[in-house]
Design a protein around this ligand. Sequence first.
Ligand code: BGC
Length: 573
Amino acid sequence: MLEAPAVSAGPLTLVHTADDAPGWWRSAVIYQVYPRSFRDLNGDGVGDLAGITAELPQLARLDVDAVWLSPFYRSPQKDAGYDVSDYCDVDPLFGTLADFDTMMAEAARLSLRVIVDLVPNHCSDQHAAFQQALAAPAGSREREMFIFREGRGAFGEEPPNNWQSHFGGSAWTRITEPDGAPGQWYLHLFDASQPDFNWDNQAVHDEFERVLRFWLDRGVAGFRVDVAHALVKAPGLPEWGGRADGGSSDGYPGHEAPMFGQPALHDIYRAWRRILAEYGPDRILCAEANVDPLPRLADWVRPDQMHQAFNFPYLHAGLDVRRLRGVITDSLVALDAVGAPSTWVLSNHDVVRHATRFGYDGPAPRDGDGIGIFDHQPDVVAGRTRAAAASMFMLGLPGGAYLYQGEELGLPDGIDIPDSQRQDPTFARTGGERLGRDGCRVPLPWRAAELHAGFGSGQAPWLPQPEGFRELARDAQTDQPSSHLNLYRRILAMRRELDLGRGSLAWLESWCTDRSLAYLNGTTLVVMNVGRDPLELPPGLVLLRSSPAAAETHDGGHQLGSGETVWLNLPLG
Ligand code: BGC
């Protein structure tokens, strides 16, 4: 039983003690760069590596520890780069390998580490290995790199099983054999242009170990592993009656789905961990693993496997304080049991941005559904206010945190995107029923007065920027002391100064109600008010508030407004 410190504010329940294990990532703030939408330096309307290099100083100024780059590899861009046709080259859309090296040098100069995305579940149908498989006969070594099967029905005209693509429709596509006859089917858990690799084949393991070394040799600090829970499929590919994404009622994949969470996955990551270890103790693996139930996440981050995993249950808990408390406690307890740090995240390139999600009083749209102009609209101001509170609550937690580009500006989703410009395959594969993820991928505003809000000075951005983006541009916010951006800077600077990422966590019971949540990390007390009315604050010195103006309106500053978070210094004893 952990023993909580005594505070005058009332009883505490301690769930996690301070962390002094070695490892930079254990408390790191990692900033996700989505290269297509970060900064376009060559004027073609799409972001590029040179644009990232140019703006890295801004990220250093934000005081993050590392950046994670979504895919920039050669790709036909059918799924925004998550359809890779060459894992060891840069797509000309983003630049060259030399541009990558230049970016790495600039990151090193700024003491920023760089993590890259690894997409091992599937490649592009334009990848040489898949093209060779199409040209080779059924049963060949080339076909064995992927998951080809005969169809069902008298003429093989039915897909081999009932699995559905994550993006809608069947997860199988039938090919035409080289002789022109209708042929085998191949599995793609995502778009038809993304054939799944066959991880029962050693040649696939060998190929990815080569890819790992290629990027490790170029100096990357590690990998975010895309759909890390899906590589291995259950023997015999049994039918699955659950949701296409394997989702359970809690919104993350059920543990019975035959395409997720198979035991053989762990040996793959053990082998990768050994490769990373050859490069020293500082290279990391982070699993994008939607694992259910949450304590099973600990299986992924045992000392011989991944270093970290994304905490999607945290993202999906929203502002439901009871659920948040449960997820935070479960995460810390489960991960402490294997000596791993937790991570926390609120936004990424696959979900509606949290400034928009929190603009709804009821449930926000499900991931991938997106929001259009005919849908129920969020309250933009409330959304941004609550997003600031939620971010400040998250960044006080012990462990690592992931930020998504633009959240430091309080950006909302792009909603007014014409159907003709929507690019997420989800939109086409569901006949427009699900709008997809384009809304959170709109290119960033950098300079309010410039063309395309400073994203690029040439062609129009690949997705239209909403009008309101201009006033949220980074330069405009830099000059406003109370801007969202300056709040993020203060939060991140103070998080580092107080070493909160390495800290402890104890719930302050009297402030854990159905409308507020409060925890103590060291001597810093974090309180979030999600209720409609102001709250009386516990005693303590106010360090930072998520709505700076609120202090003037609430009782000389010792109340916490609706949708507000505060950090206080709490005297112990
Ligand atoms: C990525 C998505 C991508 C999918 C298929 C996900 O986990 O984050 O953006 O569409 O994997 O690669």
